[in-house]
Design a protein around this ligand. Structure first.
Ligand code: HEM
Length: 514
């Protein structure tokens, strides 16, 4: 063989792998580009069904920031995809509606009656609680029990005295803080008041959050909020889930063992208290017993295991506490900013209580339409769950409008976007409770222009209880104080965690009126 022949054959053998490597690299890059530039991004490109829903390419990182509702609203407006937009977070397929019509379709369809269970919720056992339980007999049972024994008008009424006392103690606390510091940071006061309200109706017990068991409870609640609110990449990129880089699983397991001991002890105390006379107890639970008594009295198929009971009870604390406290903080911020609106509602309260000669109570609320309008306007401008808290999951292939949404897609409603859309609301950025004096819009889920409690089968079951607390406490706080901005002013910037919080907690002056 000549030298040149040798060289040729060497080059041939060298060039073969290089060519196939280049081809493989080219194929890899083309695939990546295809995945990346597919409308809706990577997860939609990997889905079997071809889709035509408009959406941003690539992967959305909005959820790791603090304003996902604003980012998603901006993208869906710019892509003319208000009715429906597709996007990807890691390998999870999402759709989002920023329009009342498609929002209604999603929330009211039984095809979206499940929720995606994120790792933190699963680890905290919430898949056995109402909010994350799959749509089915177990979930239906929990809804029915809580509708009868926790959220019925009669039960809400039966806790009115305890609600009033909690409001009064918040007033006393704020007075004390004002005397001590000259200003008041209301966040903690509202949070503790709201937590005690839920603890009373669920566990029949109030806590002092400055010492003993109360401190332990507050620590557990804070840790739980943080874990449920954290954006966990492991929920959307399977191999990251396994690695638990953010330590979510580790922290959840540590918390769950503490919760089991804490709530388990309360259940045991209730068991001991019930004594021998179970018939009398049954009657009591129909009347004034707390929710633990109710769960302990369930019989037959309805009976819950202790660990299910812990999950159900614990979830109520998470769902019912911060939503109410955060909403009240936003309202007080608005009151401090809009002195004219504050004076108007205070006149309404004074008129209703014979010139302020008696304390406002639950029975006055139906006669305070302007106060109710303020609550609605704050729910519109600062919905505690701008993306309706926890999303829904398509249980099978389903159409939304004329678009096919494949099973397993996570569906969201951007309520913040709808309530800030000038095609839906006139002057949407204007805080104007008067709009609800002209048009009475229901906030409880029938009108998707303003549905801060969601809608359909999984609508918030605690909405009447939540509103009763917000209305009464707001009336008490406005009857007692004039709310004025402190020197640092009122900063309305937001931070989306588990709920939409004020980025800088409200610090203001609460000047006694009486
Ligand atoms: C201002 C107060 C509140 C707001 C804004 C609020 C908002 C919401 C929203 C948006 C949902 C999801 C609805 C959907 O998917 O359509 C929800 C579900 C839920 N809420 Fe509320 N909520 C509030 C108060 C409460 C209270 C006081 C409780 C109980 C003590 C509670 C318990 C629940 C539960 C258990 C669910 C899950 C229902 C299910 O999946 O079947 N909420 N809430």
């Amino acid at each position: 063989m000549s030298v040149s022949e040798n060289l040729d054959s060497t080059l041939f053998f060298l060039s073969l792998p290089r060519n196939s490597f280049s081809s493989a690299l080219a194929l890899f890059i083309i695939t990546l580009l295809f995945l990346w530039f597919y409308p809706g991004g990577v997860a939609w490109a990997l889905s079997k069904s071809r889709q035509t829903i408009p959406g941003p390419t690539g992967i959305i990182f909005a959820f790791s920031g603090t304003a996902a509702h604003r980012v998603l609203a901006k993208i869906s407006h710019s892509l003319h995809a208000k009715k429906l937009m597709a996007f990807s977070v890691g390998f999870s397929r999402f759709i989002i509606s920023s329009h009342p019509d498609t929002a209604k379709e999603i929330l009211n369809s039984s095809s979206f009656a499940d929720r995606p269970v994120k790792e933190s919720a699963y680890e905290l056992l919430f898949h056995r609680a109402m909010g994350f339980a799959p749509f089915g007999e177990y979930w239906r049972n929990l809804r029915r029990i809580s509708a009868t024994y926790l959220f019925s008008p009669r039960r809400i009424q039966s806790f009115s005295e305890s609600r009033r006392e909690i409001g009064e103690s918040m007033v006393r606390e704020i007075k004390g803080l004002m005397e001590r510091d000259g200003v008041v940071c209301v966040k903690k006061v509202l949070h503790f008041g709201s937590l005690n309200n839920v603890m009373m109706s669920v566990f029949g017990k109030r806590y002092d959050f400055w010492s003993g068991e109360g401190v332990e409870l507050e620590d557990m609640v804070r840790e739980g909020y943080e874990l449920l609110g954290v954006f966990n990449w492991g929920d959307h990129v399977p191999f990251l889930r396994w690695l638990d880089l953010q330590g979510v699983r580790r922290r959840c397991r540590r918390l769950v063992s503490k919760v089991n001991v804490f709530v388990g002890k309360i259940i045991e105390e209730h068991r001991l208290k019930r004594g021998a006379d179970s018939v009398a107890k049954m009657e009591k639970c129909g009347g004034d017993g707390d929710f633990v008594d109710v769960l302990l009295n369930l019989e037959g198929d309805e009976r819950l295991s202790d660990s299910d009971m812990v999950a159900v009870l614990w979830e109520m604390i998470f769902r019912g506490t911060d939503t109410v406290a955060i909403l009240l903080e936003w309202i007080l911020a608005r009151m401090a900013l809009h002195q004219d609106i504050q004076s108007k509602v205070q006149s309404e309260i004074d008129m209703c209580t014979s010139n302020g000669s008696r304390l406002v109570s639950d029975s006055d609320i139906p006669n305070l339409p302007y106060l109710q309008a303020i609550v609605k306007e704050t729910l519109r401008m600062h919905p505690p769950g701008p993306l309706l808290s926890w999303a829904r999951l398509a249980v099978h292939d389903v159409h939304v409008g004329d678009q096919l949404v494949p099973a397993g897609t996570i569906a969201m409603v951007n309520m913040w976007s709808i309530t800030h859309d000038k095609q839906v609301w006139s002057d949407p950025t204007e805080f104007s409770p008067e709009r609800f004096m002209v048009e009475d819009v229901s906030v409880t889920g029938s009108d998707l222009r303003l549905a801060p409690f969601g809608s359909g089968r999984r609508v918030c079951p605690g909405k009447a209880l939540g509103l009763a607390s917000v209305h009464l406490w707001l009336a008490q706080l406005l009857q007692s104080f004039r709310w004025v901005p402190s020197d640092s002013g009122v900063d309305l910037s937001e931070c989306l965690k588990m709920s939409l919080e004020m980025n800088n907690p409200l610090v203001c002056l609460a000047i006694p009126r009486r």
